[in-house]
Design a protein around this ligand. Structure first.
Ligand SMILES: NC(=O)c1ccc[n+]([C@@H]2O[C@H](COP(=O)([O-])OP(=O)(O)OC[C@H]3O[C@@H](n4cnc5c(N)ncnc54)[C@H](O)[C@@H]3O)[C@@H](O)[C@H]2O)c1
Length: 312
């Protein structure tokens, strides 16, 4: 199966492309430019077809998607940039989704998987797991609004045009991200500071808790979703919540660092967000397999491996 990956050279897209190729599929790499700070991107670009496109442009998107059997739409601006670039975030996330869906319809693509996010659940103050059937609260950020709209568009293209679409609500994805990547997650930012001998920063008291899921588990869920026929929305998480404080302590322990975290004002509201994983298990047979300590160790190893040539 030829799978167009929109945003193929990013954090999640690179892992999905690698795993699709390993499973015998043909990844078609779509991104704004044939370069990425991610080391995996270089290998992918050598091995697989790349089509340069701007997903905010309908014609560019249509040409790029030609001949694809399935689509994984991952290109978006996220929570890290929306405050400074709200227009660009809304424009790429909304128009990009519309253009990719419309091109998929015209190209008669048989399967569509959309990268949604746990942000659609908003802030949660209890410890109950969030389930796909929970009511979606009104969005409080541009990013959350665009992910909710993306989910609705996928549902509408399914209802009106029969496009088989599934939205995956990723929880907090972590794993190795080079320091030059703009949209780096908490774990990557904490690890960078620790490896540079600087104390990791915790904004607020660090009691906010999230469902940290390793990017390799996320890629496995996406690959299953592309070949399944489930529609609607599914959570992709581990089912467990870890506080920011515990995550930072884990990174410090696994790196063997003697540093202590530095607390600063601000930070996330005292949310506890963890996924109910039953629906993804039932529909895709997906269960996260990488424990947080294992995933952190793998992330540290990849970080150190990527740093090696520079250190030599
Ligand atoms: N990383 C997380 O923790 C997380 C959590 C929940 C949901 N998600 C969602 O998963 C998806 C993938 O996230 P990621 O972390 O891999 O993001 P990323 O920023 O690493 O990758 C996004 C890719 O999209 C490309 N892109 C940007 N603008 C484009 C355009 N106009 N045309 C074509 N390509 C363009 C970028 O060049 C980049 O390679 C996103 O939709 C994100 O909202 C991520």
């Amino acid at each position: 199966m030829k799978v167009a990956i929109c945003g193929a050279l990013g954090f999640v897209g690179t892992r999905v492309a690698r795993d699709l190729a390993a499973a015998g599929h043909e990844p078609l790499l779509l991104d704004v430019a044939p370069r990425s700070p991610h080391p995996l991107a270089e290998t992918l670009l050598r091995r697989h077809e790349f089509r340069r496109c701007d997903l905010t442009d309908p014609m560019s998107t249509r040409i790029a998607l030609a001949g694809a059997d399935a689509v994984f739409h991952a290109a978006a601006l996220g929570a890290k940039v929306e405050r400074d670039r709200p227009w660009e975030t809304a424009h790429l996330n909304l128009m990009g989704a519309v253009n990719v869906l419309e091109s998929a319809r015209r190209e008669q693509v048989s399967r569509f998987v959309f990268a949604s996010s746990a942000v659609v659940y908003g802030d949660r103050f209890g410890t109950t797991a969030v389930a796909e059937s929970d009511p979606r609260p009104p969005a409080t950020t541009i990013y959350a609004a665009t992910k909710a709209a993306g989910e609705d568009l996928v549902a509408a293209y399914g209802a009106q045009f029969g496009l088989s679409g599934l939205c995956l609500r990723f929880m907090n994805v972590y794993g190795f991200q080079p320091a030059t990547m703009v949209q780096r997650e908490l774990t990557a930012r904490v690890l960078e500071r620790v490896e540079a001998g600087e104390p990791p920063l915790i904004f607020g008291d660090g009691s906010a808790a999230f469902d940290f899921v390793h990017v390799d588990d996320v890629a496995r869920a996406v690959c299953s979703a592309l070949t399944a026929d489930a529609t609607g929305t599914l959570n992709v998480g581990t089912g467990s919540a870890t506080t920011v404080r515990d995550l930072v302590e884990l990174v410090l322990r696994e790196t063997g660092s003697g540093l202590a975290p530095e607390y600063r004002p601000g930070g996330a509201s005292p949310t506890t967000l963890r996924a109910d994983t039953a629906a993804a298990d039932a529909a895709l047979g997906f269960r996260a397999a990488i424990t947080l300590p294992e995933g952190i160790r793998q992330t540290i190893a990849e970080f150190r491996n990527a740093a090696e040539p520079c250190a030599a």
